[in-house]
Design a protein. Structure first.
Length: 327
């Protein structure tokens, strides 16, 4: 990795599947080495990311979020806005956002960013501005390994695609105004047409959408097949049992904030997601953040998550190089 930096695939972890190289580790040669010192090595770093799935840059000096933003933008693609979101985030600085703002006690399962749509970023960066006192890791996993380990019958069924159902607002999920970044219904409809989303305005003025998306996908450069969906996050089995029962009793299955179906519209059983979650757990890599770390992932080759934490924590995110899946 050049003569002035140390590159290694070995990283102290609290969990790692056998044979995993994720993430490759690049450490600063000495204290106060600026992150910008890696700029001449961008192509080499991208090559490692495309082989391994992700690179952790550790020990570099990142004095401000603007330095992180400049580094992410230096790979040649404009940073993307967070659009058609499924979780709450706040903008920090042009193209840089907070990581998902769920309460600290909640676990965020493994997922590839925006894999519940047909358009997603190919590159994603995380910058740990402040590591939590306890927990708060960003677990990652190789999406190729997940695809290979997934039971063949599940992999085959998901290869036909999935239908995501969303019911916005009503205090149960993000309002459509926040997801589509508009107050105008006509603009929502235009966005749905552009994205291939079916929609319905319900009697209470809220929005329901259906979108046919990929369950698996082929990486456009490497040709590798990857597990590429967020079905386990959208399915009702992701809810606590008491919350799930209460919601179904009060609003009905058709009005759950989120749901996912097979491509033919049939339901996906809880037992299928139990197996899927077992595979995800088996492929998970967990390493402790250090303040100042920068993690770069190929968003198709590597999934990410978040563990519960205690104390202050600040991790920011940038995304680039949009890609679209065609059925």
């Amino acid at each position: 990795m050049g003569t002035n930096h140390t590159s290694s695939s070995r990283l102290a972890t609290s969990q790692r599947p056998y044979g995993s190289e994720l993430p490759a580790l690049i450490t600063a040669p000495e204290a106060d080495t600026p992150l910008s010192s890696l700029l001449p090595m961008q192509r080499e770093i991208e090559t490692v990311v495309e082989r391994v799935g992700g690179v952790l840059l550790r020990g570099f000096n990142v004095p401000d979020v603007s330095d992180f933003r400049a580094y992410a933008a230096s790979f040649g693609h404009p940073l993307l806005n967070y659009e058609f979101g499924s979780t709450p985030r706040s903008a920090v600085s042009g193209g840089v956002y907070t990581s998902t703002e769920y309460p600290a006690h909640q676990h965020i399962p493994l997922h590839n960013e925006q894999a519940y749509t047909t358009q997603w970023p190919m590159k994603i960066w995380f910058h740990c501005v402040l590591a939590a006192g306890q927990g708060g890791e960003t677990p990652i996993a190789d999406s190729r390994a997940i695809y290979r380990r997934m039971p063949a019958e599940i992999r085959q069924r998901f290869s036909d695609g999935l239908v995501y159902v969303r019911n916005y607002g009503n205090g149960l999920d993000l309002p459509w105004q926040a997801v589509f970044n508009t107050e105008e219904e006509a603009e929502v409809e235009a966005a749905c047409q552009r994205l291939g989303i079916e929609w319905e305005w319900k009697d209470d003025g809220e929005l329901r959408t259906w979108q046919y998306c990929q369950g698996v996908a082929q990486h456009p450069r490497s040709g590798d097949w990857v597990w590429m969906n967020q079905a386990h996050l959208f399915h009702a089995s992701n809810l606590a049992a008491d919350v799930r029962d209460t919601l179904i009793d009060s609003v009905g299955v058709e009005n759950l904030p989120r749901n996912v179906l097979y491509a033919d519209g049939s339901e996906i059983g809880d037992d299928t997601f139990a197996l899927i979650r077992q595979v995800l757990a088996a492929e998970t890599v967990i390493f402790p953040w250090q303040s100042g770390d920068v993690l770069m992932l190929d968003n198709m080759l590597a999934a990410h998550a978040r563990t519960p934490f205690q104390g202050p924590r600040k991790v920011v995110v940038a995304m680039a190089e949009g890609y679209g899946w065609q059925p």
